[in-house]
Design a protein around this ligand. Structure first.
Ligand code: ADP
Ligand code: MG
Length: 242
């Protein structure tokens, strides 16, 4: 079953076309890693998947929701799709626990006690149960990202989107966040992950897509695609990454 169906989409900013006739599908339980140089369109594509950007051509269906851009259907879609960015994920004036309970309580009308129990369960999953009453600025960057992941998971999404969530982190903090993402993948969550972490891509991805200048240039299993890149663009990208 497909969690993501993207057919022939085009997206421009002004006169610049940044997504050119992109098509892709993600199956339930699948982990798709998006690679590409800065400016190749990865974030725009990810943002299109939860309706943060509109498209000019083509169609998108995510978690069974056709993308129609009206408020009600966007709200329904975003209940099923979690997204974590590089930065600014947690509300600074709320404790970690409050951060995680907020959306289930407000958006899904989950009763407070139940939302709290859920929040603790999610924090345990990412190894942060002891931070329930802490404020975000008391946590390391890696802990903040793990808490942001827990917050998304509390909504019980059918798909998780990650946009360079470790790019601002030191190597050891990067590892703890990647470990949480790998465990999530192992649990069967469908994920689209934009990352520069090649180790993660080769170990965790079911499929890798390499984008260049708004198009999908290469696509395949990590084993195949890393061992024998077939385009000069991907070869030079990999050479610079290593
Ligand atoms: P990536 O995530 O691969 O680095 P992006 O999707 O962020 O690439 O950007 C793709 C292209 O779209 C770039 O040329 C970028 O400058 C442009 N772009 C992205 N967002 C906007 C925006 N809000 N307004 C104008 N141009 C944008
Ligand atoms: Mg980006």
């Amino acid at each position: 079953m497909s969690v993501v169906k993207v057919h022939n989409i085009r997206k421009s900013f002004g006169s610049v076309v940044v997504l050119k006739d992109i098509s892709l599908e993600v199956q339930s339980g699948e982990v798709l890693v998006l690679l590409g140089r800065s400016g190749s369109g990865k974030s725009t594509l990810l943002r299109c998947l939860n309706g943060l950007e509109t498209i000019e051509a083509g169609s998108i269906e995510v978690a069974g929701h056709p993308m129609t851009y009206n408020g009600e259907s966007l709200r329904a879609l975003r209940k099923d799709v979690g997204i974590v960015f590089q930065q600014y994920n947690l509300f600074p004036h709320m404790t970690i626990g409050q951060n995680i309970m907020l959306a289930p309580h407000l958006v899904k009308q989950v009763p407070k006690a139940e939302a709290e129990e859920k929040a603790r369960k999610m924090l345990e999953k990412v190894g942060l149960l002891d931070k329930f009453h802490e404020y975000p600025d008391r946590l390391s960057g890696g802990q903040q990202q793990r808490a942001a992941i827990a917050r998304s998971l509390a909504m019980e999404p059918k798909l998780m989107l990650f946009d360079e969530v470790t790019s601002a982190l030191d190597p050891e903090l990067t590892e703890e966040v990647l470990a949480v993402m790998a465990a999530l993948a192992e649990s069967g969550m469908a994920m689209v992950v934009v990352t520069h972490e090649m180790g993660f891509a080769s170990k965790v991805a079911d499929r890798v897509i390499f984008m260049d200048d708004g198009t999908i240039v290469e696509e395949g299993s990590p084993d195949t695609i890393f061992a024998s890149p077939s385009t000069p663009q991907f070869r030079s990208f990999l050479a610079r990454a290593n």
